[in-house]
Design a protein around this ligand. Structure first.
Ligand SMILES: [Zn+2]
Ligand SMILES: [Zn+2]
Length: 638
């Protein structure tokens, strides 16, 4: 691959594929294959370029770093990346942003994004607006493939109100061929769809929102944030319980009423159960919602994607005020007294900050589903407030209380007292009686061993253990570690929020691993041993990310155990193939064949010597009669 002699300047709303088509035509090339190799250096399917900014890493090579056409501009102005980002998880979105910025090649990311954009929902043919095509001809002397008409639900041109039409060019055709619009769109007969005309306004609304998402989709920050906002707006509409649990039937009825049954049926081509995805609207990692679904939901909730983006839900995510104070020594504790400082949204969390007007204690909540009674057990205090510090000072400096006594008065732990006292520069231990606590040495080591053993045992059966679960199962353990070796325990426990996070994380990674495994099975080197590392690298993950976390990922663990080949398994599989080939030639398998074909390391022969010898003997005497092969290899085909 080298710098190109020229590269057509992209037209407004032109899709990436179309730019290549014009390059092909203008370069005078007569061979699709030659141009594909010239551009990509290898065989490359072209269809996804209609929607997605693939192979961005090549842009610098084609154009040189000084070109005004940049990766970012191509991704935003000439692909549907922003539109599809509404269905992206945070990880995918960040991966894509990184790729655009750095231009690093990342095949695994591309594969995941294509999966996400659901090939099966692409239209059958490339589509166009006849009036746009005519205008293009007048203005530029040629026409091109626009992005908008290719997107689902766009049936009318937003600019002309003209019905969008199918061209002769199919998606199948363009996988390996450049079909410039100027050639394809000559003298096509016009067709009019009376059924679609009935819902012209609705289609135009979809086109309007599609255009808005193409420009602004990234502002919505991916499906997790969108799902959270859906929940709040559904709540506002009375379509959920106060806790945010959906009323599925009410939602379906209201949604159908808004869009009209006839329109929805036409849009989803009378597919059975065409509104199934409404059941997944609140799921932040949902696989079910496509951008078109998002458009319909946003219209239903706020009239349009833009208004949805601007809407601020009226509901109070943490209930109505006055909010309770969390200061245990304040009169308002657990009842009232606090006002709302702010509610903000960050990384899919709804952060609410509240402050007591009497004592000044300020706290933050981040889980709207957690009831206050539960929250108050593990509060996040941002500021202890003036009253609490005054009381601390009084305990230490006026009443001359010892550390434990101070903690009792302030209704908190001694650790808290120490930390806060440190902040305001007083020594909470200044009133300590001269008394030395002495642990009975023998009993201390006993307990240390005892608790470590018990916790280790418990972790065997319950690898994801939270502090409260531990306290239930081994009373006293938490307190003991807290005092003696908290670090040891901390490394082994998870917190509740983490559990949820890891469940989501695991689900997402497992999908990537499975699809990587399928890719390996289809296109990978069949002679190579299938290892965790290999699957991870195809999936674009770091091996350590997965291996180091297997203890908390039971589903991935199960998959890995199933998919990964042990050394002996792999040797057996390879040997069988070689043996089968020799057998066809009427010969026996010899050690020399193995040495020639497999280039094993010397210590493999040492370590697996007996196994290898046994295997060779076995294969030579009874290759056909052996039990069926795990990997389904068929010897006759070899
Ligand atoms: Zn048009
Ligand atoms: Zn208070």
């Amino acid at each position: 691959m080298r710098r190109l002699k020229f590269f057509p300047a992209p037209y407004p709303d032109e899709c990436y594929y179309s730019i290549f088509c014009r390059y092909f035509a203008r370069s005078g090339s007569t061979s699709n294959k030659r141009t594909i190799f010239e551009l990509f250096g290898e065989a490359q399917s072209l269809a996804a370029f209609v929607f997605l900014p693939r192979r961005l890493e090549l842009v610098d090579i084609w154009l040189g770093a000084d070109s005004p056409v940049k990766r970012e501009k191509l991704a935003l102005d000439n692909s549907c990346y922003a539109y599809f980002s509404t269905a992206f998880t945070r990880q995918l979105y960040e991966g894509m942003e990184r790729k655009i910025k750095t231009g690093e090649p990342d095949r695994s990311l591309e594969r995941r994004i294509i999966q996400k954009c659901r090939r099966s929902h692409w239209p059958e043919r490339l589509r166009y607006c006849p009036d746009c095509a005519r205008e293009d001809m007048e203005r530029y002397g040629e026409t091109y493939w626009h992005r908008m008409p290719q997107l689902p639900g766009v049936e009318y041109c937003l600019k002309h109100g003209t019905p969008i039409r199918d061209s002769e060019v199919t998606f199948r055709q363009i996988t390996m061929a450049f079909c410039p619009a100027s050639h394809a769109l000559q003298c096509l007969p016009l067709q009019e769809d009376a059924e679609k005309k009935k819902y012209r306004q609705r289609y135009l609304a979809i086109a309007g929102d599609t255009e808005w998402l193409l420009r602004n989709g990234l502002k919505l920050e991916g499906c997790r944030n969108i799902a959270r906002k859906y929940k709040e707006l559904f709540m506002e509409k009375g379509l959920t319980t106060a806790q945010g649990v959906r009323y599925p039937d009410r939602i379906k009825t209201a949604f159908t009423e808004y869009h009209g049954e006839g329109f929805l049926k036409q849009l989803f081509q009378d597919k059975e159960n065409y509104l199934y995805w409404l059941d997944f609207v609140f799921e932040s990692v949902s696989e079910h919602l496509r951008p078109l679904h998002h458009i319909l939901l946003m219209e239903f909730l706020k009239g349009s994607s833009e208004k949805f983006y601007e809407a601020i839900p009226e509901i109070e995510p943490y209930g109505n005020g006055p909010w309770p104070c969390v200061n245990k020594i304040c009169l308002h504790y657990g009842k009232d007294g606090a006002k709302k400082v702010s509610v903000s949204y960050f990384n899919g969390l709804t952060l609410g900050q509240f402050q007591c007007e009497t004592c000044g204690m300020k706290y933050q909540r981040s889980n709207t589903e957690q009831v206050f009674e539960e929250y108050v057990e593990h509060v996040t205090i941002l500021n202890y407030g003036h009253y609490w510090y005054e009381m601390l000072r009084e305990c230490v400096e006026v009443k001359k209380l010892r550390l434990t006594e101070t903690a009792t008065v302030l209704k908190c732990t001694t650790t808290t007292v120490k930390k806060r006292a440190d902040e305001i520069g007083i020594n909470p231990n200044q009133n300590r009686k001269s008394c030395i606590y002495r642990e009975k040495d023998g009993s201390k080591t006993d307990r240390s061993q005892y608790f470590r053993r018990r916790v280790t045992e418990l972790l065997e059966v319950q690898p994801e253990l939270t502090a409260s679960e531990l306290e239930e199962q081994i009373p006293g353990a938490y307190a003991w570690f807290n005092k003696n070796d908290f670090q040891w325990l901390k490394q082994r426990l998870v917190v509740d929020q983490e559990k949820h996070y890891w469940a989501e994380w695991e689900e997402e990674q497992l999908k990537a691993l499975i699809s990587a495994y399928e890719t390996i099975q289809k296109t990978g080197d069949p002679d190579r041993r299938i290892t965790v590392g290999w699957i991870c690298s195809v999936a674009g993950l770091r091996e350590s990310e997965i291996k180091g976390r297997l203890h908390r990922l039971p589903n991935i663990r199960a998959f890995v155990e199933e998919a990964v080949e042990g050394k002996e398994e792999w040797l057996e599989r390879r040997f069988k193939k070689i043996a089968a080939r020799k057998k066809l030639a009427g010969k026996d398998l010899k050690m020399a064949d193995i040495r020639r074909e497999m280039s094993l390391k010397p210590n493999t022969y040492q370590k697996y010597g007996t196994f290898i010898d046994g295997l060779i003997t076995e294969l030579n005497c009874c290759i056909q009669g052996k039990k069926s092969d795990k990997n389904g290899l068929n010897y006759q085909q070899e």
